[in-house]
Ligand binder design. Structure first.
Ligand SMILES: [Zn+2]
Length: 114
């Protein structure tokens, strides 16, 4: 059997044509996600697939959510408190001053020793 002829006769690299299956594409729905940088990302899900709550934005990588008005990670009406803000809630400025002086004194002592 001259197998060489068979190989030469077919184009290398071309996938064999699949027998045509009358396969309707599964019904899909578009689901849009918004990230906090106002990027809208539309993904297509199968109709019966449950949509994920968040989807990573392909443009900036932050999590995107289904609610355009309130994407995950956007500053809430209640402002994000910095660590300092929490500290200020717990301590009066006088206490803060005392702590700072204490810390500075300790730092200077350490530096003086070294
Ligand atoms: Zn984005």
């Amino acid at each position: 059997m001259a197998s060489g002829n068979v190989i030469r006769g077919s184009r290398i690299g071309s996938a064999p044509e699949r027998p045509t299956e009358r396969h309707e594409p599964a019904p899909r729905r578009a689901v849009t996600y918004w990230c906090r940088n106002d990027h809208a990302t539309e993904i297509r899900l199968a109709l019966d697939a449950e949509e994920p709550a968040v989807w990573d934005c392909p443009r900036c990588g932050v999590p995107a959510g289904r609610d355009a008005q309130n994407p995950p990670g956007r500053t809430r009406p209640e402002p994000y408190k910095t660590h300092l803000a929490y500290v200020k809630e717990r301590r009066t400025p006088q206490e803060g001053e005392a702590l700072l002086n204490e810390a500075l004194a300790a730092l200077r002592r350490r530096r003086g020793r070294e």
